[in-house]
Structure formats: C-alpha cells, structure tokens
Design a protein around this ligand. Structure first.
Ligand code: CMP
Length: 151
C-alpha cells in the first residue's frame, strides 16, 4: 500500500462521490469541508489485501478506481467470494458501526485506489447525519446477514 497525495482533482471527485453516492448526501458544505482534509488516498497492487477478516476496524474505504473482492475462508485453504465491489462503492463500515472485528477479508482484484477515512472521521459523519447513520446501519446489517449465510 502506498499513500498518495490528494490533488485538487481527487478532492473534487471525493466531494462529488460523498455527495452523490448513497449515504453522504445530507452533509452540509461545512461538514464536508471538515472531513475532506482528513481523507487519504491509498494505492494498492492487484492481489494486495486491504485488511483481513478478524482484524480490528480502524478505517472506512470508498473505491475511487479499481475493484476489490470481499471474501471469507470456508475451510483451511478454501475461500468464498461473497461480493465484488467497484468504483464509487464502499466497504469497512460494519466493523466500525458494530465495534466488532472485520467480518471478511478484502483483497484488490486489480490495481486499486481507495479513499480512506479514519474511524473517528467516519463516526463524526454519522454522528452529524442521523439519516446517513440509519442507512449505513441497514447496509451493514444486510451485508452481515448475506456474508454469514454465504455457503
Ligand atoms: P467490515 O466487517 O468492517 O469488513 C469487511 C467488509 O466487507 C464489511 O465491513 C463490509 O463493508 C464488506 N462486506 C461484507 N459482506 C459483504 C457483502 N455480502 N456484500 C458487500 N460487502 C460486504
């Protein structure tokens, strides 16, 4: 993983994604301005793990470019892919919302750029936006259900 500098173009894309994509739309300009400077842009190689199932959740991710696979271990050497996520989609919310370890391993299916928000900033956003918090909670519950029932 390599941390990149966020240029004006990426800042613009991120602000746009946070406004348009799913759940951050209720953010006021002021709230967005508070969070944006804390967002990191990180580059991952194909096959690189973002994190492992069972590890502590310390960040939330929005996919800027690329694709990730969400997977769980079935048997000692067997993996099951439970989802594939692409540009504009996000992951890593479940551990942060439930204060539990990561529910799955996330691995980059191709070279990938991720916007990364530390847990404290993610929680700040949800705290300021009850509607977003509710939507995030329901997405996390649904994903947890799907993953725990994956065969
Ligand atoms: P978290 O538990 O923090 O870490 C693993 C992440 O994978 C999880 O949050 C979700 O963001 C994501 N995830 C788990 N299961 C699914 C699923 N069925 N569909 C999409 N994303 C998932």
């Amino acid at each position: 993983m390599e941390r990149l500098t966020l240029g004006a173009a990426e800042m613009g894309v991120l602000a746009h994604m946070m406004r348009k994509v799913e759940l951050f739309s209720p953010l006021t300009v002021g709230q967005l301005e508070k969070v944006l400077p804390h967002v990191m842009l990180c580059s991952y190689a194909q096959g690189e793990k973002v994190f492992k199932r069972g590890s502590a959740g310390d960040a939330f991710y929005i996919i800027y470019k690329g694709k990730v696979d969400v997977r769980i271990r079935r048997l000692l050497l067997l993996w099951k892919k439970v989802a594939s996520l692409g540009e504009g989609e996000f992951f890593g919310e479940t551990a942060l919302i439930s204060d539990r370890p990561r529910s799955a391993t996330v691995i980059c299916a191709e070279p990938t750029l991720l916007f990364t928000l530390l847990a404290s900033d993610f929680k700040f956003i949800l705290h300021e936006n009850p509607a977003a918090a509710e939507e995030m909670q329901s997405i996390a519950t649904q994903r947890k259900f799907l993953t725990s029932h994956a065969k």
